[in-house]
Design a protein around this ligand. Structure first.
Ligand code: NI
Length: 190
């Protein structure tokens, strides 16, 4: 089932998400719904707060952009309760990011290029890997959502100011995108 995407201004996007417990109800169904929702909105990653749930669950599929980045071929990950450690000694890379919860905004974000990630997959098997390059960026972006952060928090005050109108419109429910959304005020098409 495709779920609506929660848009900037929704309080759930600013909460620190809670760990998922093994008895979390209908987890398999939630993962399936997040996948369907992400594919329907052409995303490469989605975090549970973006479908209105303050739990630590992420789905990533970077295989869909493997044509331009061959190293991402076949990479699809369900991350339950991920633990992220940024390698502060790694180089920083600046690249453009977007977010399903911030439709129409694309800004450069500088992030470290290497992380260590521990997580549980959908079968509750533990993983512990060092991840580099573009995937490290995607994981950091999605992990931010679990901490109540969004990529717009990382851009300069000036760039944020330049996007202020768009951000205010999102809060007001004025959002143009071709997927279902949930805005704070009822959505008004412009
Ligand atoms: Ni995002």
């Amino acid at each position: 089932m495709i779920l609506p995407i929660y848009i900037y201004g929704q309080p759930v996007l600013r909460k620190v998400a809670k760990p998922i417990t093994p008895d979390y109800p209908n987890l398999k169904e939630l993962i399936q719904n997040m996948k369907e929702t992400m594919y329907a909105s052409d995303g490469i990653g989605i975090a549970a707060p973006q479908v209105g749930l303050d739990v630590r669950l992420i789905y990533i599929d970077v295989d869909v952009i493997a044509q331009s980045r061959p190293e991402l071929k076949d990479i699809r990950m369900v991350l339950i309760n991920p633990e992220l450690e940024v390698d502060e000694s790694s180089k920083t890379v600046t690249a453009e990011e977007g977010c399903l919860s911030l439709p129409g905004i694309h800004e450069n974000v500088t992030r470290h290029d290497r992380i260590r990630l521990k997580w549980l997959d959908e079968n509750w098997r533990p993983h512990d890997e060092v991840i580099e390059g573009y995937l490290a960026r995607v994981v950091q972006h999605e992990y931010d959502h679990l901490e109540g952060h969004m990529f717009i928090d990382h851009v300069s005050a000036i760039r944020k100011q330049l996007n202020r109108g768009k951000l205010n419109n999102m809060v007001e429910g004025k959002v143009d995108c071709d997927y279902r959304v949930k805005t704070v005020r009822p959505q008004r098409r412009r």
